[in-house]
Design a protein around this ligand. Sequence first.
Ligand code: VGL
Length: 177
Amino acid sequence: MKALLIVDLQNDFLPGGALPAPQGNQIIPVINQLMNQFSLVIASRDWHPKDTVHFDKWPVHCVAETKGADFPAQLDQSNIEQVVQKGTKDSDDGYSAFEATNLNLDNYLKKNQVSELFICGLTTEYCVKTTVLDALKLGYKTVVIKNAVAGVHAQPGDEDRAWEEMKNQGATLVELA
Ligand code: VGL
């Protein structure tokens, strides 16, 4: 069975937020459409404490229970079956959805007979890439939906390198409508 994993589509990673992907808004309608093609949809969210080592590297973003951590109003949440939270401790970055602390995502997917994981969301260079690499290591057939992912562009060239790395490690890159 295949599942859709939406990574960190949260206000703080969208224009106007604390750590925005400049093209982030463009992927929301694409993802709203895509969800109808999957019988299982999971969303991850960064859910940080106010003080965390993660904020030594990044502007404060996605603090639990704040507007910045919310999903955007334009996202259709009605098809999301499960939300997983990560980066919840003051000692971890929690880039990968497989580091979620409220649910063992790998066990959950295996229990639901998921063998093929379609991944979209924010951001290409960090949480999408890290989640994709973990999914590959855990043995999922991993498909990244290129037109439903956006980069944060922290450093020039990072996004291209992230795509290369995902491809080299075995991810399939597709465009879906
Ligand atoms: C992310 C930078 C810092 C992401 C999270 O969701 O890609 N990027 N924290």
